[in-house]
Design a protein around this ligand. Structure first.
Ligand code: C5P
Length: 315
């Protein structure tokens, strides 16, 4: 008799997101900000490979040496939390993270990797948690992480963890994303800065918050986004982060010079910025038009299709 575990391997793609709308409503009693957001997954993905082991160890490796692979990494935090909630402490896995989403960019790369760990290990270990269960676990680990489980287009309220899915976008829209690889923005700093500058005009209390949520629900967001009627992008962190972060100012200025962009904004707490395009082809044309300027400014640029889902098991 042998108790050898049959070796299985699962690969999960973990997409980046951009904020089509990020509205800071006020401050909560837990110290976090009350937000009203529209988040959108994009086809810029990390890839995580999970294999089960019989040694009850959780081991992470990564192709980027500057990223921590210790217990502070959201992938391992997610793996430990999932295993603990399953009550099956004998479960083990090796996880390899292939990183493509820039770090500290406002694109939820770390959150998406953590969400992918929940989705991948849930399947690998056959635990049978629902997406809703996984979103609940994700909310314990980070504000953007619940969105990253199902992704696509969603309204995100509360700290970001209260999700209301939006219709899938049928137009073949794309984003031209730019980021200076030498610059990252600390999310706590961005929110603290917002509080310092705008705290005195924050809304107070649940009734006022709910009124703003209702406005967002009734705006055009409940219809699939269409190139013919591009959404008015908004990011309340942009006016506080941009003046302190030259890479954001430069990125926004260059993107605004493109005549056929539908709209331009910073994503999350920055420093990545993006322009919305009606098609992948017009997006690529815009990138080649500004190739020299991006290079001179030290900005990397990606063309990404919008993605209708979040973390996804491949194959
Ligand atoms: O939840 P997460 O770890 O991503 O948040 C990082 C930091 O960003 C928090 O510690 C807080 O300073 C700030 N934040 C906030 N309000 C939110 C989300 C994040 O103030 N809704």
């Amino acid at each position: 008799m042998t108790n050898a575990v049959a070796m299985r391997t699962i690969t999960v793609t973990a997409p980046a997101k951009v904020n089509l709308h990020l509205e800071v409503l006020g401050l909560r009693s837990d110290g976090f900000h009350e937000l009203a957001m529209v988040m959108q997954s994009i086809e810029l993905v990390d890839r995580l490979t999970f294999s089960n082991t019989a040694d009850a160890q959780l081991h992470l490796s990564c192709d980027q040496p500057d990223l921590s692979i210790g217990d502070d990494n959201l992938v391992l935090r997610a793996a430990h939390l999932l295993r603990q909630r399953s009550g099956l402490n004998e479960l083990g896995a090796t996880i390899h993270l292939e990183k493509h989403i820039p770090i500290g960019a406002g694109l939820a790369g770390g959150s998406s990797d953590g969400a992918a760990a929940l989705v991948g290990l849930n399947a690998l270990w056959g635990l049978g948690f629902s997406d809703l269960d996984l979103e609940g676990l994700a909310a314990e680990l980070g504000s953007d992480m619940p969105f990253c489980i199902r992704g696509g287009s969603q309204l995100c309220f509360g700290r970001g963890e209260l999700l209301e899915p939006l219709p899938t976008i049928s137009d073949p829209l794309a984003v031209l994303l730019v980021k200076d690889p030498r610059v990252s923005v600390s999310t706590p700093w961005a929110y603290q800065r917002c509080r310092d500058v705008h705290g005195s005009s924050y809304l107070q209390g649940e009734v006022a918050f709910e009124q703003q949520r209702q406005i967002l629900r009734q705006e055009s967001w409940t219809q699939p986004i269409r190139a013919a009627e591009p959404p008015p992008l908004r990011n309340d962190l942009q006016p506080v982060v941009a003046p302190e972060t030259p890479a954001v100012e430069i990125g926004l200025r260059l993107l605004h010079t493109l005549p056929d962009a539908l709209a331009v904004a910073m994503s999350g707490s920055g420093p990545s910025c993006f322009a919305l395009y009606q098609s992948f082809r017009t997006c690529e044309q815009a990138r080649s038009r500004l190739q020299r300027e991006f290079q001179q400014a030290g900005l990397l640029a990606w063309c990404c299709r919008l993605r209708p889902c979040g973390a996804k098991i491949e194959g």
